[in-house]
Write a protein that binds this ligand. Structure first.
Ligand SMILES: [Zn+2]
Length: 179
């Protein structure tokens, strides 16, 4: 399947067969990601399984993985976001049906009885991108810069003079008794 990726899939047929689709698609083909990413290098790796729910609706479950090159909105540096999205979708034919789905799955609307694979994968990746992407605070240049100036310790005028730290007292006591 990975050598010849279908553009459209028929979820009803795949659900009937209990089929699976897996493979890799270059991020470069995902035009809706343009403008959100610093670059579209690398691949999206996916694995999707198909089944039917008790309403005979096709369900798609699986994983979508990719490394996305985002921009940190705090320091404007590059931010590599590893995405490992769990897919749990119910295929619907009319949008009104979305209200009747169980909570654990998201709707995906099939057009003319088929779903465009690229759209499904892009939806999952777009959902995985935070609204304001930022480095973890210990990795962000902006945060590091602040930490350098104050060392993360309370500044001297902020209490050291008034009250010694309780553990400091304890440490002093131990030293005195051991020697
Ligand atoms: Zn940053």
């Amino acid at each position: 399947m990975s050598s010849r990726m279908p553009e459209f899939i028929d979820p009803w047929r795949l659900a009937e067969q209990g089929g699976t689709i897996e493979g890799e698609i270059p991020l470069a083909r995902m035009s809706r990601m343009d403008g959100l990413l610093e670059n579209r290098r690398g691949n999206v790796v996916f694995s999707l399984g198909f089944s039917r729910d008790d309403k005979r609706r096709p369900r798609i479950h699986g994983r979508v993985q990719a490394g996305l090159a985002l921009t940190c909105q705090r320091c404007l540096g590059s931010l590599e976001l590893p995405v490992d999205a769990q897919v749990e979708l119910a295929v619907i034919e009319v949008s009104a049906e979305a209200n009747r789905l169980p909570e654990e799955c998201d709707p995906i609307l099939a057009d003319d009885g088929r779903v465009r694979l690229l759209d499904l994968l892009q939806d999952e990746l777009l959902l995985a991108i935070p609204q304001v992407p930022m480095h973890e605070s210990d990795r962000c240049r902006m945060i590091e810069h602040q930490a350098d100036t104050d060392n993360g310790l309370p500044s001297p005028q902020e209490g050291n003079r008034q009250r010694p730290h309780p553990f400091a007292v304890l440490a002093g006591y131990r030293t005195d008794t051991e020697h």
